[in-house]
Every structure is written in C-alpha cells, then in structure tokens.
Design a protein around this ligand. Structure first.
Ligand SMILES: [Zn+2]
Length: 153
C-alpha cells in the first residue's frame, strides 16, 4: 500500500436510504465513492459493485469504514491500471472481439461497438469507450494532466 492509502481516513456525507458518499474516494472517471447497507441482509456494500446478495462478486463488509476502505483500494487500483496501460493510440479501435466493462464509466462495452481494448492483466481485460468522455480521460491520466489522488507524494 502506498503512504496515502495507509493514511486514508474516510469522510462521509449522506446519500439516500441510509447510504453514504465517501467524499474522499475518487475514481478516475471523477465519480466519488458510495457505500450503503440498504439491502435485505443489512450488510454494508460498495454501491459501485452493483451486486445482489449471493451473486458472484458480491462483497459485504461488517461496517461502513471497512466498506469505504475497500472502495478506496478499488479506486486506487483503477488509477494505477489506467496510468499503467500502454499508450491509448497504439491500439486499433474496435478490436479483439471481447466484451468487457469500460474502465472509466463502468458500463458494459460490446465488441465492435465503439470501444478500445487497452490491455489486460491476471484479473481481466480492460477496455474504454471511444467517445470523448472516456477516451479523453484516459489520455489525461496517461499525460498526467488528470492527477491520481493516491499517488505517492
Ligand atoms: Zn466509458
């Protein structure tokens, strides 16, 4: 963990239905963190996981802080992935025939429908939309004009 990750203390503001924004968790897309226990089992979850109880990938946490800490690690990893990917322009558009999720906006992207495969590691393949909102964000991160808040100082 980086120094900034070790020093992380979540700060909250109310969302809705008992959920909380995690104001100091920031994704590369600009979205902030959000945790909630507004589920039938009353367990804490990271809202961005968008899972139901028992689904694959469903993560639950014993308290608000542990959910927020997990989400901070998710966001930090997102920044590292985007920054570490090879140059955006090296890849031809609409390639590979693989579906995935956009690393910036988290929406599902379909092969051949306006996304670019950026690269992959042991946990999966990373893709981003080609429309300006996501493509420009990738370039800004790689060029350092959009700053990673979790980078070691
Ligand atoms: Zn996108």
């Amino acid at each position: 963990m980086s120094t900034t990750a070790q020093d992380f203390r979540p700060s909250y503001s109310p969302w809705r239905h008992g959920g909380w924004y995690v104001d100091n968790v920031r994704y590369p897309s600009g979205a902030c963190g959000c945790v909630s226990r507004n589920f039938s089992d009353r367990k804490w979850r990271v809202v961005a996981d968008n899972t139901c109880a028992g689904e694959p990938g469903d993560r639950t946490f014993p308290n608000r802080d542990s959910a927020a800490m997990a989400e901070m690690e998710d966001a930090r990893r997102g920044w590292e992935i985007v920054a570490g990917l090879a140059s955006f322009s090296q890849y031809p558009p609409e390639t590979n025939g693989r579906d995935g999720r956009c690393i910036l906006c988290d929406l599902r992207v379909k092969a051949g429908q306006g996304f670019i495969v950026l690269g992959s590691d042991s946990t999966g393949t990373y893709a981003a939309h080609l429309h300006p909102r996501c493509a420009d964000t990738v370039r800004e991160i790689q060029q350092g004009t959009r700053r990673n808040p979790y980078a070691a100082r």
